[in-house]
Design a binder for this molecule. Structure first.
Ligand code: IPD
Ligand code: CA
Ligand code: CA
Length: 266
């Protein structure tokens, strides 16, 4: 059986080292390129950090496979065995524009089941971490099980894209929810938005398009604390493809699905 405690300790050490590499780059001018569209940025640091993890993982755990956003990992089409899902910098637009509000996100799965989740807010030096079944921590602080909340008292992470004309959802659907909520926030890092749900600072998070490396770690954390992470129709998330994602505390999750998303009938 894999020694999850040992893997967790090792991964945390690499996280901290990667954080130092990122911090030391902040005073330099980085090469910035665009990927799928002008707002989809990648820097040499995104690539260097992914390669840093891949080199270390391959040397230490040669049998493990890796899915990395920047494409330096393996071609993974099935989730058997141990698979690391890595987003070297989640929130690259924030990294480039603000030099803060980004995170390294790593989820480690065994046969499709989340075992270890790590999200490192490099600038605040806040490391969210969980080993499935052992609770979730922010640095040394244990996070509490998530309380039930209802829509009028809830604040959720939501990008304004989804309440303007877009190709994925009728803006009126989420517009109705926005009117009834206490408020919305948009952090520009899916990993930090999910860590914020785990920490109880946000009550939920909704997006229409995320990749596995964006939510792999956050999903393990939120579920460990009794919250829900599914697609917007209430179905399980696909760890090998793009998904809509609904993250919410108990109560709020059921209310949003039933009263606003009509249980996926849209
Ligand atoms: C992005 C961020 C952003 C989310 C995008 C992601 P990246 O990740 O998480 O908040 O809205 O969908 O692609 O590109 O900065 O790693
Ligand atoms: Ca990302
Ligand atoms: Ca990224």
């Amino acid at each position: 059986m894999p020694n999850w405690k040992e893997i967790d300790l090792q991964a945390k050490q690499w996280m901290k080292e990667a954080g130092e590499i990122i911090k030391s780059s902040l005073s330099r001018t980085l090469k910035i390129k665009t990927k799928s569209n002008p707002n989809d940025l990648v820097t040499e640091m995104d690539q260097a950090i992914e390669q840093f993890f891949i080199k270390n993982i391959k040397e230490t755990y040669p049998g493990h496979r890796i899915i990395g956003e920047e494409g330096f990992g393996d071609k993974v089409t099935q989730l058997d065995g141990i698979v690391w899902l890595i987003d070297p910098i989640d929130g690259t637009v924030n990294f480039v524009h603000m030099q803060r509000n980004f995170a390294i996100s790593i989820g480690i799965y065994e046969d499709g089941i989340g075992r270890i989740g790590l999200i490192y807010d490099v600038i605040r030096d806040e490391l969210y971490h969980t080993i499935r079944g052992n609770g979730v921590f922010m640095n040394d602080l244990p996070l509490e099980q998530l309380d039930t909340v209802q829509v009028p008292e809830a604040i959720i992470g939501l990008n304004t894209t989804w309440v303007t004309k877009n190709t994925r959802i009728n803006p009126a659907i989420l517009g109705a929810l926005v009117k009834d909520l206490r408020g919305t926030r948009s952090y520009g890092s899916a990993a930090l938005e999910m860590a914020s749900v785990a920490a109880g600072r946000l009550d939920g998070y909704i997006t229409l398009r995320l990749a596995p490396w964006d939510f792999a770690a956050g999903k393990i954390m939120v579920e460990e604390l009794g919250g829900y992470v599914t697609d917007l129709t209430g179905k399980s998330i696909n760890l090998l493809g793009q998904n809509s994602v609904l993250v919410a505390k108990p109560g709020l999750y059921e209310e949003i699905l039933k009263n606003y998303l009509n249980n996926g009938n849209w």
